[in-house]
Design a protein around this ligand. Sequence first.
Ligand code: EPZ
Length: 430
Amino acid sequence: MDKFHIVGGKTLEGRVAISGAKNAALPAMAAALLTSEPVELANVPRVRDIGTMRSLLDELGVDSSIAHEEYGIRLRIEARQLLSPLAPYELVKQMRASVLVLGPLLARFGRAQVSLPGGCAIGARPINLHIQGLERLGAQIRIEHGYVKATTDGLKGALFAFDTVSVTGTENLMMAATLAEGETVLENAAREPEVTDLARLLNKMGASVEGAGTETLRIRGVAKLHGASHTIIPDRIEAATFLVAAAMTHGCITLERVEPGHLTAVVAKLAEAGVNVTADSSGQGKSEQASLQVTGPTTLRAADVTTGEYPGFPTDVQAQYMALMTQAEGSSVITETIFENRFLHALELMRMGADIRVEGRHAHVRGRTPLSGAKVQASDLRASASLVLAGLAAEGETLVDRVYHIDRGYERIEEKLTRLGASIRRISEA
Ligand code: EPZ
């Protein structure tokens, strides 16, 4: 398993291009199952989960090809036919987002067998709402031997209200509804930018999805969808991670190819902590997207945060923010409302010298505590990022183990950080 070796204390300076959003690319790849015509996706990030989703499409008998571009990869997916409706456990356990093929397979082919994803480090992660919603649309679903076995002789539009806001639940049902007979209304739908980006792609493919970005989606079913080309939105979580990296190293970096509108809650919270983030027009025109400049202050202020569904503060930035708060003057309370067990990174940060007390959904951080480099272990994608950030700010050397977690969602993070002046290198082990 690969490790990262980091020598802390370097100040980050320079420019970094933010990659396309993994959590927008994954549902977009699943959406390609809804048509027999080619779907082209640009600005897809070179991350492990994309490779896993390609393997899953391959298992289903769906061709996909890639072209490497200046920024990320261009994917071409052509689901002319389905060789198998089976999403096997071996792939689904690697990546829960595999569940996103359930809705499209049912809608297009009338059958799907998708392994239950099982829990993960941050929580039980059930998919009961995905299943309830598909049943409401007329699917017959059995759970057998760890698999969701679903069939339908034609989905029919319906009203479905989510008990809990679910990002992939909303995406699964939205995709299924595009080919259902009649109108579907999804209430208490997720409003994340990745959901909106998927709706934009589906409409380009001939679907009729209204209300994306609001809590009520209206989807009028159509008989067929056609191919389309689409550019994946920037990754707001990667962007937030680099904003925190600059803040923790008192650096000054410019993030290129970002969508500032997706980072409002994060930028506001960082401002409260004394981190200055401004739109940077100097690079405007070179890339079709905006840039943000961030300057890490000499003194960081403690500021409480509570995670929430979009447009609230993202749960996927909570771990990175906790690392930041260990360097802030004063005490802060971090409240995690989305997942029941998303403080595993606190234990590793404490080994580096952080003063954190976890009580249920709250983590009490007392800063500022100097961090000292240590051997630490990643547990999930965003926890790993927070350990890298801590290593950048720590005195001495840090060894982050199991960085395959990071590779799932960050495109060559060690190369991007090195170009910004960090001392970080990958140690590849068989
Ligand atoms: C998506 O996961 C993201 N993954 C996660 O990012 C992100 O943390 C999460 O949304 C919240 O923003 C992708 O988009 C691929 P949920 P998802 O369904 O859809 C409960 C990362 O780091 N729930 O919105 O699986 C669930 O237990 C990953 O890239 C049910 O109870 O999350 C959780 O408490 C980590 N029943 C809450 O809803 C269901 O059927 C939100 O989960 C579905 C969800």
